[in-house]
Design a binder for this molecule. Structure first.
Ligand code: ATP
Length: 362
């Protein structure tokens, strides 16, 4: 079992007398066997949250519960968790065999033969059996990463904690290891919290993702819910690549207006917007902007600034007013820099956010 609960978890660092609130009343429940990705920009408090869960940092207030047991102040070794770090943290003077087996040696009464047996089956699982007698410095980054995973797996913990474990690997290896970690987690069915600043990792790996900003939880949900129904403008801008386009608009009756833009809303949307603020930010994802012949009521005439063919898709940068917006079209679509085009934002794909609070309205 490994149900983990964070209740109002708060961590304030002294910061030379200027209390830095790294984690701010975080409430998250991770069900047994779930894979949760903690994601957010640099400095948002991801690592501190993970370190509090591991017991490497003492929470300032709040509670951490594992299967209902309050472990907020328990020693790291009494938490039944294993952590994988970004820099792998392998012992340089030990062989791979000793690195993987070391945790069992110091925390269990297993005989050296029994430890050896478990090291060998773990190495087999990770396909590193042929590296057991090598030292970390003789291994590639990807191989070191596998050893670090092996060291975590062999302990059969209730919870895996992973802090940006793939960020030192090149793009191709990262993609491969992403899949391997997911498969491993599914096979072992161990509750996992995975920290990353990379939204692609978050989208592809997590059963659920928790998005943090300034130490505060912005949204927790499945990747697709966070993508399609962001709770606020921060989540909308953070999840999705390239990012969602935003423009400030004012609602006047059934129209959204700004200096260069006029958008007529359906009756249904107008009635949905009754009682909400008139000052809003409109959001539209690059892949949801459509090319049109210009005859539609809400079409916007514009010019293509720059084109980036990526193969399967092409990104085109268009200017609306004095802002540049990204448009993503199928790679087969003929589109060139300098082209005069008309685009339309389909109403069902438009997001609207409260201009001040950033909260999602539509
Ligand atoms: P990154 O992706 O860059 O690693 P992060 O989201 O993991 O960032 P944290 O490392 O948790 O963020 O840091 C959160 C905030 O707490 C930052 O403002 C950071 O400067 C501050 N912080 C972290 N550790 C300490 C510390 N030991 N003493 C003082 N401030 C700290």
């Amino acid at each position: 079992m490994g149900k983990l609960e964070l209740r109002d978890l708060t961590k304030v660092f002294d910061g030379g007398g200027n209390g830095i609130v790294a984690v701010d009343e975080l409430n998250v429940t991770i069900e047994d066997g779930d894979f949760l990705v903690l994601v957010g920009p640099s400095g948002c408090g991801k690592s501190t949250t993970l370190r509090c869960i591991a017991g490497l940092e003492r929470a300032t207030s709040g509670e951490i519960r594992l299967d209902g047991r309050n472990i907020t102040d328990a020693k790291p070794k009494d938490r039944d968790m294993a952590m994988v770090f970004q820099n792998y943290a392998l012992y340089p003077h030990m062989t791979v065999r000793k690195n993987i087996g070391y945790g069992l040696k110091i925390t269990t009464d297993l005989s050296s033969d029994e430890i050896d047996e478990r090291v060998e089956s773990t190495a087999e699982l990770l396909e590193i059996s042929d590296l057991l007698n090598q030292k970390p410095k003789e291994l590639s980054g990807g191989q070191q990463q596998r050893v670090a995973l092996g060291r975590a797996i062999i302990r059969e913990p209730e919870v895996f904690l992973m802090d940006e474990p793939l960020s030192n690997l090149d793009a191709k290896l990262r993609t491969q290891m992403r899949t391997e970690i997911q498969q491993l987690q599914q096979n072992m069915d161990v509750t996992t919290i995975y920290v990353t600043h990379d939204q692609t990792e978050a989208m592809t790996m997590g059963d659920k993702i928790a998005i943090l900003n300034d130490g505060q939880l912005q949204q927790i949900g499945t990747p697709l819910v966070c993508y399609h129904k962001p709770d606020n403008q921060f989540v909308a801008g953070f999840i999705g690549s390239p990012s969602m386009n935003f423009l400030d608009v004012t609602r006047d009756g059934d129209r959204l207006l700004n200096d260069v833009f006029e958008y007529e809303l359906s009756e249904e949307t107008v009635s949905m917007l009754e009682g909400t603020t008139d000052q809003m930010t409109l959001g539209i994802r690059p892949e949801h902007i459509e090319l049109t012949d210009g005859s539609e009521p809400n079409a916007i005439m514009t010019q293509v600034d720059v084109v980036e063919p990526m193969g399967e898709v092409t990104y085109a940068y268009i200017e609306i007013g004095d802002q540049i917006y990204t448009l993503s079209v199928d790679g087969e679509t003929r589109i060139d820099a300098g082209d005069d085009i008309a685009v339309v934002f389909p109403e069902e794909k438009i997001h609207l956010f409260d201009d001040r609070s950033g909260a999602a309205i539509k």
